[in-house]
Design a protein around this ligand. Structure first.
Ligand SMILES: [Zn+2]
Length: 288
């Protein structure tokens, strides 16, 4: 069957194991405007990012949050962009459950396309799931809790479109996408040269995502990608270097509060120079 026909017939679906996760943080349900047209909202423990001037104009949603939170995210979007003002598109940084948790509901309700890197397609077209989280890595309770995390494939073929080659970002002229594999094969970051604003996805995060206490209080620190889900640590390091070379002035990561200036620079330098020691687990399925 031709791909178009199959896609047209395939029903959009979240993974069978898409379930509400009992996790939260002090930042949950709060938002912050980092630039006049860039706003992030913390949904439990993950950030969704809205790009566009507030009011009635065009805007783009980056990532879709934790499972079973679509209404909450739509409500926040309405508050910022006006009732009934759907985004022009959704862009996914990668396909992990906490970034695609509401992609089916939101893209259907808004009737919009979803863009992602083609290397992430297998996980977004029902072809395969990610490896189960490695619950043996250090990190105590949270790594154990990650056993609950959905990791099966979702299928959004009907609405999925590839990001253009070369780094252009659909509908966002000033932005470029940067391939940052390691945490997942087709993960992307987004960067805007004008104010050196970086959306790092989970290539690096600004909270220690595998320490329960730090997630709860959202203590800011530059940290490597969440350990229990990162499958290629050599690529993860290369991706971090790529982002450091951009010399970001401000970052909004997939997890944690935004960071800027000296604290960000220092944190990035330190993490890159001591990557094996600080980021990589000492043991675990994805390093041995
Ligand atoms: Zn992730």
């Amino acid at each position: 069957m031709a791909a178009e026909n199959r896609n047209a017939m395939t029903k959009m679906r979240q993974s069978d194991d898409n379930r509400w996760i009992p996790m939260t943080s002090v930042a949950s349900k709060t938002g912050k405007e980092v630039a006049p047209d860039v706003f992030y909202y913390t949904n439990q423990i993950v950030n969704v990012i809205m790009i566009g001037q507030p009011g009635g104009g065009n805007w783009i949603l980056i990532d879709t949050g934790m499972p079973q939170c679509a209404e909450e995210i739509m409500h926040v979007a309405e508050g910022r962009f006006g009732e009934g003002n759907a985004p022009t598109a959704i862009i996914l940084t990668h396909g992990h459950f906490d970034h695609v948790g509401n992609v089916v509901h939101l893209s259907e309700a808004w009737d919009v396309p979803v863009f992602a890197h083609t290397l992430e397609y297998p996980y977004l077209t029902g072809e395969k799931g990610y490896p189960a989280p490695d619950t043996s890595v250090e990190g105590g309770l949270l790594a154990k809790l990650s056993a609950l995390y959905p990791h099966e494939a979702i299928d959004i073929s009907k609405r999925l479109l590839p990001l253009p080659d070369g780094g252009a970002v659909p509908f966002l002229d000033e932005w470029r996408w940067v391939h940052v594999p390691g945490h997942s094969p087709g993960q992307i970051a987004l960067f805007r040269e004008r104010d050196r604003l970086l959306l790092s996805a989970d290539a690096f995060v600004t909270v220690r995502q595998d320490a329960l206490y730090k997630v709860l209080v959202q203590k800011e620190e530059v940290h490597g990608p969440p350990r229990y889900l990162t499958t290629d640590w050599t690529q993860a390091r290369e991706s971090l270097r790529r982002l450091c070379d951009l010399m970001p002035a401000t970052v909004i990561a997939g997890h944690g509060q935004y960071m800027e200036g000296e604290a960000l620079q220092q944190g990035l330098d330190e993490l890159l120079q001591n990557f094996d020691e600080l980021a990589k687990p000492d043991h675990g399925r994805f390093v041995d």
